[in-house]
Design a protein around this ligand. Structure first.
Ligand code: NDP
Ligand code: HSE
Length: 440
């Protein structure tokens, strides 16, 4: 049978991985897919560099529309990134009746509803395994492997760059900027690395998982997003003393009031497996009512790990050519007419526990005042440490750090209490607040 012909748009970090892995494992992949899968056309702005990667095995063009217009191309793989030209090209490929494979989480988290509707209307597939957690097959797990379950929550380390930065800073005492540059060199970081460090990339991925888990439309604009740029080494140290690690988690959770969708630095008990996920590795915990807690771990970024997921999608789409298209898995797992309008909750309604660090005057009554404000709002303290003043500011210091762990409280309530504590004359610096999840 004739090989499936693939047109690749963008042959950078991921695109070159796809080309190389497909070539290397062609025979094995053909046995799995039932047909050969060949990249016969590549579009990239840097045609000379692209030609150097593919040699004579594929036609290289600068204009991606030439690929889409080619009637011989069965599947278009979009690996350009971003919401601009990538969106236009994906919509044009769908309109031209091509199946699309993409790793572009930004595009799907923001424009997924429009893209999936267009694909549904055209009867083509948009596959996106590589968009979440790189090489880990989490989309397939959520959409298919766990489809018996009522998913309760998902919590994941889903940005390799930030996990790499946090690990290297903690283990090697390296500076933030140095580690970020290394993550860029290794091909982990987004074209705009602020997407990584400000939590936007993780929020894109959490948004996609939330839609698949709960059968709601993708709603990136409803996600709460907080990155790691304000995180200080001092808090990483105090968290360790209390038995916790700080990780940037993407969390989505079903509650009676609606769905939580949030990304922020989070204290996680050091004994949890996920707390020990280091470097650019990703891990996603999924809690289902039948299966209980499951954990998926692997490389979340990089050329060949991401290519592994892209090619799995190519195999899936290739298999479609021999089965009844009407029975394939819906884009967001739930049938389009069965999507729910359950609301994504505002962050003020989310209930979590907190790590608080207050730089306070080392005077009698300060702790009592802080405790009474918390008690007045019904917030219960779980643990507390107070540093000796000299340990904070040296001999003779009149300042000290007060570190508190609280039990669960509504974010809106905590906001009010933090504002009250901040206005105390004995609180000498902005209060540091990091949310905490037991993930039990
Ligand atoms: P790169 O920047 O390495 O590659 C993108 C390629 O697309 C570049 O070669 C670029 O050329 C080319 N390009 C830009 N505009 C056009 C255009 N109009 N037509 C044709 N080619 C174009 O990005 P990555 O490979 O890292 O990422 C690709 C996608 O995969 C993104 O959506 C990213 O979020 C996603 N992803 C990346 C992962 C990773 O580990 N890197 C992991 C998971 C997902 P030029 O360089 O000349 O601009
Ligand atoms: N920039 C992303 C990361 C790439 O660091 O995880 C994988 O999506």
């Amino acid at each position: 049978m004739k090989a499936i012909q693939v047109g690749l748009l963008g042959i950078g970090t991921v695109g070159s991985g796809v080309f190389n892995v497909l070539k290397r494992n062609q025979a094995e992949i053909r046995r799995r897919a039932g047909r050969g899968i060949e990249i016969t056309m590549v579009a990239d702005l840097d045609a000379a560099r692209a030609q150097a990667v593919v040699g004579h095995s594929a036609k290289v063009v600068k204009d991606a529309r030439e690929v889409i217009a080619n009637p011989d191309i069965d599947i278009v793989v979009e690996l350009i990134g971003g919401y601009g030209i990538a969106r236009q090209l994906v919509m044009e490929a769908i309109a031209a009746g091509k199946h699309v494979v993409t790793a572009n989480k930004a595009l799907l988290a923001v424009h997924g509803t429009e893209i999936f509707a267009a694909a549904h209307a055209q009867g083509v597939m948009v596959a996106f395994e590589a968009a979440v957690a790189g090489g880990i097959p989490i989309i397939k797990s959520l959409r298919e492997g766990l489809s018996a379950n009522r998913i309760e929550w998902i919590a994941g380390i889903i940005n390799g760059t930030t996990n790499f930065i946090l690990s290297e800073m903690r283990d090697k005492g390296l500076d933030f900027d140095v580690v970020l540059k290394e993550a860029q060199r290794l091909g982990y970081a987004e074209a705009d690395p602020t997407f990584d460090i400000e939590g936007v990339d993780a929020a894109h991925k959490a948004t996609i998982m939330s839609a698949i888990a709960f059968g709601v439309p993708v709603q990136f604009d409803r996600a709460y997003v907080e990155g790691i740029t304000k995180l200080s080494a001092v808090d990483i140290g105090y968290a360790e003393q209390l038995g916790y690690r700080i990780k940037l988690l993407g969390i989505t959770k079903r509650t009676d009031q609606g769905i939580e969708l949030r990304v922020h630095p989070t204290l996680v008990p050091a004994r949890r497996l996920i707390a020990n996920v280091e470097g650019a590795m990703n891990a996603v915990m999924v809690q289902g009512d039948a299966v209980g807690t499951t954990l998926y771990y692997g490389k979340g970024a990089g050329s060949e790990p991401t290519a592994s997921a892209v090619i799995a999608d190519l195999v899936d789409v290739t298999r479609l050519h021999t089965v009844d298209a009407a029975h394939r898995v819906p884009h967001l797992a739930f049938q389009p007419d069965a999507m729910s309008d359950e609301p994504i909750l505002p962050m003020s309604e989310v209930v979590t526990s907190y790590y608080l660090r207050l730089r306070v005057a080392d005077q009698a009554g300060v702790l009592a005042k802080v405790a009474s404000l918390l008690a007045g709002a019904g917030i219960s303290i779980d643990a507390m440490i107070q540093r000796e003043a000299s340990a904070v500011g040296g001999q003779g210091s009149t300042q000290t750090d007060l570190i508190l762990l609280t039990h669960g409280v509504r974010e809106g309530t905590m906001n009010g209490v933090v504002a009250q504590m901040q206005s105390l004359p004995t609180v000498l610096a902005p209060i540091v607040r990091i949310r905490k999840e037991e993930l039990a």
